[in-house]
Ligand binder design. Structure first.
Ligand code: FE
Length: 206
């Protein structure tokens, strides 16, 4: 049986912000509409993400809802590199500047929702941002991608490997596919690509 937490269903989102002229974005699965009067959202973001730091300063963000038409490139582009070392919008044209000054992603997405932050709650590893939706638009009729859809249809299927030629064991990140080589995965290991913890790694056995 799988990890009980894997039975929670999620959507997938690009969260973008702009602070002092610096645009950045990351991928997350933690957007929830929490009230309807007014329309209000929450999103929890890892403090390691540069986007989190920029939202703390700018007080605004946009959620672009990832659809089933998204390709793996979109996940790699926004999810597997950091805005601290790469300008993710330098050569990225599938986006539109929206009224809160952030960039909405228009490729592989079906909706954008712009949010002004009202409250931030420090959750240790993450910051929970809660805010009011100030603008929203549907961009496509493609269904929203669930996390399971991503796992089954968007993420490339890994090749069956069990051990390297040298006989080392492989641990694979279930989120992004990153492979760690070694008999034991350190308990405090953090995936260098997607920042998920050791509990999201599976030992690959032939
Ligand atoms: Fe990963």
């Amino acid at each position: 049986m799988s990890n009980p937490l894997f039975n929670i269903q999620y959507g997938l989102y690009v969260i973008t912000t702009c602070d002092g002229g610096r645009d950045n974005g990351c991928i997350c699965n933690t957007v929830v509409q929490v009230t309807a009067q007014p329309n209000r959202l929450s999103v929890a973001l890892n403090k390691e993400n540069y986007t989190t730091e920029l939202i703390q300063r700018s007080g605004r963000f946009t959620v672009s809802i990832i659809s089933e038409k998204a390709d793996f490139e979109l996940f790699k582009h926004f999810g597997f590199q950091s805005g601290r070392t790469v300008d993710k919008f330098a050569n990225f044209t599938d986006c539109r500047r929206v009224s809160n000054g952030t960039l909405a992603v228009t490729r592989g997405t079906n909706t954008y929702l712009s949010v002004d932050v009202e409250q931030t709650i420090d959750l240790g590893t993450h910051i929970l941002f809660i805010g009011i939706i100030t603008e929203m638009e549907t961009l496509s009729d493609a269904p929203s991608a669930t996390y399971n859809f991503y796992q089954e249809n968007i993420k490339p299927k890994p090749q069956a490997v069990g051990q390297t030629k040298e006989g080392k064991t492989i641990w694979r990140c279930a989120i992004c596919g990153y492979e760690y080589e070694g008999e034991e995965l350190p308990a405090d290991f953090i995936c260098p690509l997607c920042k998920h913890p050791a509990s999201d790694f599976e030992k690959i056995i032939m």
